[in-house]
Design a binder for this molecule. Structure first.
Ligand code: NAD
Ligand code: UFG
Length: 340
């Protein structure tokens, strides 16, 4: 019988792609989501891709009793992937308590339920934001963490610590902390992708929405950074590659890895904002109207991953060419049926 995985936040952007990867790998996926930043349409998209509609439980993971009911029903699960969380950096500065309440309460409830029902493995969505503005590039998992620059980032730092403490106290539970760099793109089918509500904060959806005419022009935040071309540099990782890393992390634990292990998930290459705009134009043939705007507060000039640890230990590396990732993002943007 297929092994069962509980995926909190599974209707969201990374969660829906990971659901596809898990189903492709033969796992039985149970999605828990309160749909605060997603819709069930993404799960219909998953079904179109894999032929399987994952079981969906509409639950707010900050609601302990409701979370317990969901876990009780699936107490035979071999692992949990915990995506559920709020992720808008700017909003977290405006509404810190909402972020701490949502992201930490949901994590603590999930961990409590894992203990209560003896579910042995968790994968946690952490972020490159825990490195702040690093002194040396690329960053490895040993690079010292800097004080978080937002309440959102702080929930990731604290989330990692809470999990480490819990694993130390509970040797039957193992954890993998995945520090994502900048996830972009969509499933090659165009059936699932990133569908931000309102005006996008992130570069990739802003580019695709500008390309399709929903936004007048892209504002490029800063052209005078101390980088090769003056623009901010990030490590943009294809969301399907990222999804596969979750399967690799789970298998690693199911096959006996113990304790709490941390991995950077990136390509190992930095790409500037202007390079992204140019790459999108050549991948799609669509021109992006842009203007240079002031720097965005809180942006670090440059960050990219050393991802060799994940390759060595998990046998995982990112392999989707950027041109394919940009084409998938554009295909998704042009598929109105798949969105709300
Ligand atoms: P997303 O908003 O698309 O997905 C998060 C999902 O969690 C949504 O479906 C939302 O409805 C759900 N959710 C939120 N709070 C919940 C709660 N209390 N109970 C149940 N469901 C809840 O975001 P994403 O980009 O897929 O991110 C997934 C995870 O990865 C998040 O934890 C995020 O912080 C982390 N992460 C994302 C990025 C990125 O750039 N996308 C980078 C680093 C880390
Ligand atoms: N950018 C623009 N114009 C835009 C949007 C973004 O020029 O309209 C630039 C930013 O200034 C930055 C780059 O594009 O230089 C990437 O910005 P994103 O907002 O797409 O991504 P960030 O690197 O700021 O943030 C992402 C996630 C966070 C996570 C962080 C970790 O969104 O959740 O990576 O580094 F915490």
């Amino acid at each position: 019988m297929a092994q069962k995985i509980i995926v909190t936040g599974g209707a969201g952007y990374i969660g829906s792609h990971t659901t596809v990867a898990l189903q492709d790998a033969g796992f039985d996926v149970i999605v828990l989501d309160n749909l605060i930043n997603s819709s069930e349409k993404s799960l219909h998209g998953v079904e179109k891709i894999t032929g399987i509609h994952p079981e969906f439980i509409h639950v707010d993971c900050t609601d302990r009793d409701a979370t317990r009911n969901a876990f009780k029903k699936h107490s035979d699960a071999v692992g949990v992937i915990h995506f559920a969380g709020l992720k808008a950096v700017g909003e977290s500065v405006e509404k810190p308590l909402m972020y701490y309440r949502n992201n930490l309460d949901s994590l603590i409830n999930v961990l409590e339920m894992m203990r209560e029902f003896n579910i042995p493995n968790i994968v946690f969505s952490s972020s490159a934001t825990v490195y702040g503005n690093p002194d040396i590039l690329p960053v490895t998992e040993e690079t010292p963490l800097k004080p978080a620059q937002s309440p959102y980032g702080q929930t990731k730092v604290m989330g990692e610590e809470i999990i480490r403490d819990m694993v130390r106290a509970t040797p039957t539970i193992n954890a993998t902390l995945l520090r994502y760099f900048n996830p972009i793109g969509a499933h090659p089918s165009g059936q699932i992708g990133e569908n931000p509500r309102g005006i996008p904060n992130n570069l990739m959806p802003y580019i695709t929405q500008t390309a399709i005419g929903m936004r007048e022009q892209l504002s490029i935040f800063g052209d005078d950074y101390d980088t090769d071309d003056g623009f901010c540099v990030r490590d943009y990782i294809d969301v399907n590659d990222l999804a596969r890393a979750h399967v690799a992390a789970l298998r690693h634990m199911i096959n006996g890895a113990h304790g709490a292990n941390v991995f950077n998930l990136g390509t190992g290459h930095g790409v500037s904002v202007m390079e992204m705009v140019n790459a999108f134009e050549s991948a799609t043939g669509v021109k992006i109207k842009y203007k240079i705007a002031p720097r965005r507060p809180g942006d670090v000039p440059a960050i990219w991953a050393d991802a060799t640890h994940a390759k060595r230990v998990l046998g995982w590396s990112a392999n989707t060419p950027l041109v394919d990732t940009l084409a998938s993002a554009w295909r998704w943007q042009q598929n109105p049926d798949a969105k709300d």
